[in-house]
Design a binder for this molecule. Structure first.
Ligand SMILES: Cc1ncc(COP(=O)(O)O)c(C=O)c1O
Length: 325
């Protein structure tokens, strides 16, 4: 365990933003939820001061180190037109002096907004494909074309959700350990699994005993849990640790009951959550991920899942440019 922790702390890392991010007390939101509401905290990764922030910055810090080690001079990744991960990859290419090509599923927007507008600002080129299923083939084609031109491309997996990316996120738990807070539960948005895997690894290695509840933005609980389990296994191999040391034998909590009509489709609960947090705390959530995760937190708090003296930490994973899409 001590060896695995040390390996994590020494893992190759490109610093893209200063840490730690703040942990804010949400006292007005708590008051709005009534006298039985637990203490509410928010870890402000939306405020990571690079590329408009968010969880992808944490994962990219280790993935960018991997790309550098591979001698890459170009990053290729994929996502939806409004992908936060694509936007952070674009910003990473800018700061590291690497060319970036993004493969986006969807139609080219007539006017670039939100993340898509930032992708262009950071200098990334975008190739559009009709559907999610076409992304990997197009990334391989772009990589082949680049190699034929003498470039050294590096393909960043969807969401940077690889064992390496998860280890980047895991390091963020050290910031929680350094704070006075010991939450009963951590709630966050989950989609490609790297953030939840990272939180599980980080909490296991830094000795934080808490529940980690991922609220899915799209996929069913069973498939997302399988992805997270695979990431935990891969991270264990990378660190040379037993999977159980990284929390892989604990029950995974992935809640898919707040997805509603699907990825990026707001629900009445997510719209209410977005407005309530904005109007009590002056904090902006994003409609695709964090508003649905907050809807999950609010429903659980209102349903009496926790006691008044419990502490629930919402890990704000960013995505705020998506609000302006
Ligand atoms: C703002 C935001 N929150 C949460 C997530 C989910 O993170 P992960 O893909 O690591 O599960 C994403 C990624 O897609 C995101 O962009």
């Amino acid at each position: 365990m001590a060896t695995a922790l040390r390996t994590l702390q020494l893992f190759p890392f490109v610093s893209l933003a200063p840490h730690p991010t703040p942990i804010d007390e949400l006292s007005r939101l708590r008051a709005a939820l009534g006298p039985d509401c637990p203490r509410l905290l928010m870890k402000r990764d939306d405020l990571l001061s690079f590329g408009q922030g968010g969880n992808k910055v944490r994962k990219m810090q280790t993935v960018a180190a991997e790309a550098r080690k591979a001698g890459a001079d170009m990053l290729i990744t994929c996502g939806g037109v409004q992908s936060n991960h694509a936007r952070v990859t674009a910003a990473t290419g800018a700061v590291l002096g690497m060319r970036v090509v993004l493969v986006a599923n969807g139609a080219k927007p007539a006017t670039l907004t939100g993340n898509a507008r930032l992708d262009a600002l950071f200098g990334a080129k975008v190739r559009y494909v009709p559907s999610r299923e076409d992304r990997n083939t197009m990334m391989a084609t772009v990589a082949d074309e680049a190699r034929a031109q003498g470039r050294r491309p590096f393909i960043v997996s969807l969401g940077a959700s690889t064992p390496t990316g998860a280890l980047g996120f895991a390091r963020g738990v050290e910031e929680l350990v350094a704070s006075p807070h010991r939450p009963t539960a951590i709630i966050h948005a989950t989609s490609s699994g790297g953030t939840q895997a990272g939180l599980i690894i980080g909490c296991a290695l830094f000795g934080v005993k808490t529940r980690i509840i991922g609220i899915s933005a799209d996929d069913p609980s069973a498939s997302l849990s399988a992805t997270i389990a695979e990431l935990l296994g891969g991270a264990a191999l990378t660190l040379g640790a037993q999977p159980s040391t990284l929390g892989a034998d604990a029950a995974l909590e992935v809640d898919d009951t707040f997805v509603g009509g699907g990825y990026g489709v707001p629900t009445p609960e997510s719209t209410d959550a977005l407005q309530l947090v904005a109007r009590t705390e002056g904090i902006v959530l994003d409609p695709v991920y964090t508003a649905k995760a907050m809807a999950g937190l609010l429903a659980r708090a209102r349903g009496g899942e926790w006691r008044r003296d419990d502490t629930v930490l919402f890990w704000h994973t960013g995505g705020v440019p998506g609000y302006f899409a």
